[in-house]
Design a protein around this ligand. Structure first.
Ligand SMILES: [Zn+2]
Length: 678
């Protein structure tokens, strides 16, 4: 076991010393010459140049809808986590936390017991719905389902007050649909019509699995689609929601309860287990007004069909194989183009991370990260923050008063690296090795309670939004913080064994990306304390918007997918914040790298200059293959652009890129009107 720990540890330091474990994917190189397609011209299609050979040699595995170098790392982490979860189940002395996560994982892997139980764990939930006799019971049932983390009808959660970020308050929000976006219910193109037909068939099959006759199940599916279409119509478009001003409606409970009388929100708030409060933020008041009418117009028996469906849909992935399979066939295969379901162990590792992630994460950090990882990353963060300070200072379009405010905000950004200071205490959650569904429900209820407990209390700025093994990073406008879980702080994003140019092109750009989020079209509306407050002079605000519009327009011309169902372009407004962050992040990391290199000439490595390696490392982070179905879904729902445009969109706006590769004006990777916000 000691040797194994050493080898996991080594993924940060000296993987070459360790033999690969069974099935464990090799460490992913930070910079891979073999990924490059040398037949392509970097000035014509840089993505093809940086990733062409990788894309050719790495078809999408059958259990994935997208396969990129980002996903390779996520996959590698799954193997590491599985080894840990197997270790804590082996005979020997284990801490109570280790025993708990071991039991959780074991309960998920115990397919025999799950198969014997069949749909039984759902029976009690369906009986509860069956007992709903009045509209008062109906809202009570919604509150009960929310307490147990089953999404239904609308959403209720805790978030910092948009105007006083030190205080956390309750939020009421739209919700209740099952398909990935409201557009799936409302658009009339051939693909959307087909998807709704497939959804009807899927819902019918699920009702049949809990024992309903085919005819009845078909009628129930129709009711579900009708009700969810009503919820979709009342919902605000995802792109509009990006503007925090559209979500800013603090009001008294009395007021919203009066505006949406059929919701019976007063009763809901008594029943949902949240602390008492008098005012809250209603993210989309129109949703509640419109659905209030729907609650009145649709008979109670139909609402009960909808509640049953939401329970079945939430429980399906945890039940016996027939449910798991049907759930996959629609959501994985049809909606995403994934050929096969992931092996059970991968789903069980993910489930453990989703429900007890801070306990599993502690083990992961103890074994892989260590405190020195934190220090190394902090040094890079500081270098890139300095680059941003310099960049703000050099902007010709921003006036001095706004620059001062921007510095203030930049100076106030909190850097969270690797893992939280305090580990979450799950000791009150009952975990049994033979009760998978019960474990998921109890862990879900624990998390809901933990979130609700934040309401009407000072904001907990130390609470993390991602678990430590997660391969991702995030910025939170109300907290004004940037966060890098341990999972992303390893190759191909960061390696101690590679040159600075490569590290700055990879994790450096990620750091710059998160920093820039504080100043993108959403982030710029929050001040240094994380309050929604305009700190821009009107002229500077206009200049910003003009530049952001350039980016939105540019990305709207990029094609996300082109197949027999037609062509879908990116939504430049939906992806504006991420594209701004990509463009700004690359610029900042490049400035920081140039300072680091200084005047000392760097010898080319693998035939590439430091500047070229910086851009190639950036490009190679985003090497990916994706199914047409997944690309289509993401074009509608994902605020990030696909890999090709995260790379080509950014380099064609970059002033440094053409210099690095000797590209000339007029070539595709040199934009005629480069869009630059930061
Ligand atoms: Zn981002």
């Amino acid at each position: 076991m000691t040797r194994r720990i050493l080898c996991v540890f080594a993924m940060l330091f000296a993987a070459a010393l360790c033999p690969a474990q069974a099935g464990m994917p090799h460490e992913i190189p930070s910079f891979d010459v073999n990924a490059i397609d040398k037949t392509a011209d970097p000035c014509v299609d840089f993505y093809q140049y940086a990733c062409g050979t990788w894309m050719k040699n790495n078809p999408i595995p059958p259990d994935k809808a997208r396969w990129g170098r980002f996903d390779e790392l996520t996959e590698r982490n799954l193997y590491i986590l599985r080894d840990m979860l197997n270790d804590v189940q082996a005979p020997g002395k284990h801490t109570s936390v280790e025993t708990m996560i071991g039991n959780y994982y074991a309960s998920c892997m115990d397919e025999a017991t799950i198969e014997i139980k069949g749909s039984a764990p759902l029976t009690l939930e369906l009986e509860k719905v069956a007992n709903v006799a009045t509209k008062a019971d109906f809202i009570r049932q919604v509150a009960y389902m929310h307490r147990n983390a089953t999404p239904v009808l609308f959403a209720f959660y805790a978030q910092p007050d948009m105007h006083d970020s030190n205080q956390t308050i309750a939020y009421l929000d739209q919700g209740g649909i099952t398909l990935p976006d409201r557009d799936y219910y409302l658009k009339d193109d051939a693909k959307s019509v087909e998807t709704r037909q497939k959804y009807l068939e899927h819902v019918q099959k699920m009702f049949e699995l809990v024992g309903d006759k085919p005819g009845a199940a078909a009628a129930e599916a129709k009711i579900v689609l009708d009700i969810e279409t009503g919820l979709a119509k009342a919902s605000m478009d995802r792109t509009l929601r990006r503007d925090p001003k559209t979500r800013d409606h603090k009001m008294t409970v009395e007021k919203i309860a009066g505006q949406a009388p059929n919701f019976d929100l007063t009763r809901y708030l008594i029943e949902n287990g949240a602390p008492k409060f008098t005012s809250l933020n209603v993210v989309n008041p129109d949703f509640f007004k419109q659905v209030s009418d729907q609650i009145n117009a649709v008979p109670l028996d139909q609402w009960k069909v909808y509640l049953r469906w939401k329970a079945i849909d939430a429980y399906a992935p945890m039940l016996s194989n027939a449910f798991v399979e049907e759930d996959f066939l629609f959501k994985g295969k049809y909606l995403s183009g994934q050929k096969e379901i992931e092996p059970r162990w991968k789903r069980c590792v993910k489930s453990t991370d989703a429900n007890l992630g801070m306990a599993l994460g502690k083990l992961y950090v103890d074994r892989t990260f260590g405190t020195e990882g934190k220090e190394r990353t902090l040094k890079m963060v500081e270098a890139i923050e300095n680059a941003m300070r310099e960049d703000i200072g050099s902007l010709s379009w921003m006036s001095e008063p706004t620059k001062q405010k921007a510095y203030e905000k930049l100076n106030a950004i909190v850097n969270n690296i690797g893992y939280p200071d305090m580990w979450r205490d799950y000791s009150s959650v009952v975990i049994k090795s033979d009760d998978y569904v019960g474990n998921v429900v109890r862990a879900g209820a624990f998390e809901v309670h933990r979130q609700y407990s934040k309401i009407e209390r000072p904001t907990d700025r130390k609470d993390w939004g991602m678990t430590p093994p997660t391969v991702n990073a995030y910025y939170r406008p109300p907290m004004n913080d940037i966060n890098f879980p341990a999972g992303i702080l390893q190759p191909p994003f960061y390696s101690q064994r590679t040159d600075d140019a490569v590290n700055y092109g990879a994790i450096g750009v990620v750091i710059g990306h998160e920093l820039t989020h504080g100043f993108d079209d959403q982030g710029r509306k929050y001040d240094a304390e994380g309050n929604l407050r305009d700190w821009w002079t009107p002229e500077d605000g206009k200049e910003f918007e003009r530049r952001a519009d350039c980016t939105a327009h540019e990305y709207s011309n990029f094609v996300a997918v082109k197949d027999d169902k037609g062509e879908v372009r990116l939504n430049g407004k939906l992806t504006l914040g991420e594209n701004t962050a990509d463009n700004g992040g690359l610029k900042l990391a490049y400035i920081a790298l140039m300072h680091l290199i200084g005047d000392t000439p760097v010898q080319p490595t693998d035939g590439y200059t430091a500047e070229q390696r910086f851009f190639l490392a950036y490009g190679q982070i985003w090497c990916q293959n994706v199914t047409d179905q997944e690309a289509r879904k993401r074009a509608l729902t994902d605020p990030h652009s696909p890999g090709r445009w995260r790379v080509n969109g950014v380099v064609q706006n970059s002033a440094a890129f053409p210099q690095a590769f000797g590209c000339k004006a007029g070539q595709p990777m040199v934009a005629e009107n480069a869009c630059r916000v930061w």
